[in-house]
Design a protein around this ligand. Structure first.
Ligand code: CP
Length: 309
């Protein structure tokens, strides 16, 4: 059934759980129209970027997307540069944005902060990452990359490697992939396993998955390998970080153990979990994936602002 894209006008993008499989496919199909598209369809519209945590890709790709479509951008890139340093709440800051902007993107270290901003603001609110919880626009661009490289999202064998406990990108992506009969392989040290609540949801939906600490147990099965950084900033105890920080370092030897058409994805930034020796191979899709972020975010801005091409 053809989706009515008009329904996304004014929508908050807080969690991938708020989108059905049909919604996701309709948004990805619409996003294809935005590859290399630069027309001023959002002229006169303003995007506010409220970033309480560091970001390169999410913040700058949203800004690039908005400017490519003729819109303008304002915002801050650290909490200390905003009145949050004086004690202002996320709720009040987001409410202010109704007077300053037409749409806002927020990144915040606390889970639930984006939902709180959406309760305050009348303009559409987009979650650019809230703590270890969700990063839905990253998920849309990850799915877009998979669809582009594999031609389908159905029945893919997807490996998730690295920090599966605190990694909001893997939480959002595993939930989204559960719509598409994926086989999932969770590869992580014991202390960074996928949270039980996500595994319980997958069991409930009869999604096949397995857990292991060793990539080579599963590497030959994979169509997609989604690598993540071990995130030092999320560890309550720095000694725990020291124990696992170098547990996976992929290099070109990986290619001896995988399907030739494997695609390696990574939300970036990387530290050392993918050696640069892998970058030159066609399996390395992570820089193109990051570029796809602009395409997908153009589509999302167009949809929530209700100005479509
Ligand atoms: N993938 C991602 O969220 O990157 P940034 O932290 O640089 O925004």
């Amino acid at each position: 059934m053809k989706q009515d894209l008009a329904k996304f006008m004014g929508t908050d993008v807080i969690s991938i759980r708020d989108f059905t499989a049909e919604d996701i496919l309709a948004i990805l199909e619409y996003a294809r129209k935005f590859e290399n598209y630069k027309q001023p369809i959002l002229q006169g519209r303003i995007l506010a970027t409220l970033f309480y945590e560091p970001s390169t890709r999410t913040k700058l790709s949203f800004e690039s997307a908005m400017m490519s479509l003729g819109g303008s951008v304002l915002g801050f890139s650290e909490a200390g540069a905003s009145s949050s340093a004086k004690g202002e709440t996320v709720y009040d800051t987001a409410k202010m944005m109704d007077g300053y902007a037409d749409v806002l993107v927020i990144r915040h270290p606390l889970e639930g902060a984006a939902r709180r901003a959406a309760e305050a603001a009348d303009i559409p609110v987009i979650n650019g990452g809230d703590g270890a919880n969700q990063h839905p626009t990253q998920t849309f661009l990850d799915l877009f990359t998979m669809l582009k490289t594999k031609g389908t999202l159905q029945d893919l064998h997807v490996g998730f490697l690295g920090d599966l406990k605190y990694g909001r990108t893997v939480h959002s992506l595993a939930e989204a992939m559960s719509h598409f009969r994926s086989h999932m392989y969770f590869v992580a040290p014991e202390m960074l396993r996928m949270p039980d609540h996500i595994l319980a949801e997958l069991r409930e939906k009869n999604i096949p998955f397995m857990e292991t600490e060793r990539l080579y147990d599963v590497s030959a099965e994979l169509d997609i390998l989604y690598v993540t950084r071990i995130q030092r900033e999320r560890f309550p105890d720095p000694l725990d970080y020291e124990k696992v920080k170098n547990v996976y370092i992929l290099n070109e030897k990986l290619l001896e153990h995988v399907k030739t058409d494997l695609k390696v994805l990574h939300p970036l930034p990387r530290v050392n979990e993918i050696d640069t020796s892998l970058d030159k191979y066609p399996q390395a899709e992570y820089f193109q994936q990051s570029k796809n972020g602009v395409t997908v975010r153009k589509a999302l801005l167009s949809l929530v602002l209700g100005v479509r091409q």
